[in-house]
Design a protein around this ligand. Sequence first.
Ligand code: CA
Length: 229
Amino acid sequence: MKKILIVEDEKAIREFEVINLNRAGYTTVEAGSGEQALEIYESEDDFDIALLDITLPGIDGFELCKTLRSKSPKLGIIMLTARTQEMDKVNGLMLGADDYITKPFSPSELLARIDSLYRRVEMQSKKEPVGNMTLGEFTLNLRRRTLAKSGKNIDLTQVEFQIMEYFFQNPGVCLSRTDILSRVWGDQYLGEEKIVDVNVRRLRIKIEDDPGSPKHLVTAWGVGYKWVV
Ligand code: CA
């Protein structure tokens, strides 16, 4: 079952999302506020994806994203933003969202983005355990999908794990944003390359002693990023 939690206070938009996602085979559960969403999540947490509007009465989408992410690193989270400021998108992604869609959006765009995230979430849950990869002080546990630094566990989202897996397979190699985007988000991805930078920034905060001058997730100027151990 492909199950989505839809959080949107505007009834017309919520219905638009529900109709289109139901038609595409998703089971939807609706919440009109962040508080209601958390209440639902308390009693049923088997969602694959949460689609969160940012502007909500009470708890806003950012806060909700942060809370849901702390409850589940594996949940796919997409933010809906009506605002065009880049910072808003970046803020949401820093709090743990996997992707964002800017309003207004077409049914086909909504479905493309949700399908793409669902495939990633689903692929991860089905992957066979294959052991560990160790590079320097870092160990990537492919079965438990965790990263450890000097034996200390670091929590990663699905997307962060996939990026790290790609870096581990290519130590010392400059990987372009396009490489990372097509590997992790898929060739069909319609979003912006900026999402790669946001995820790398988030990973640096988790991994680096000094995220401001990274020693491991190094910027390859004009190209992308390099994993140095
Ligand atoms: Ca709203």
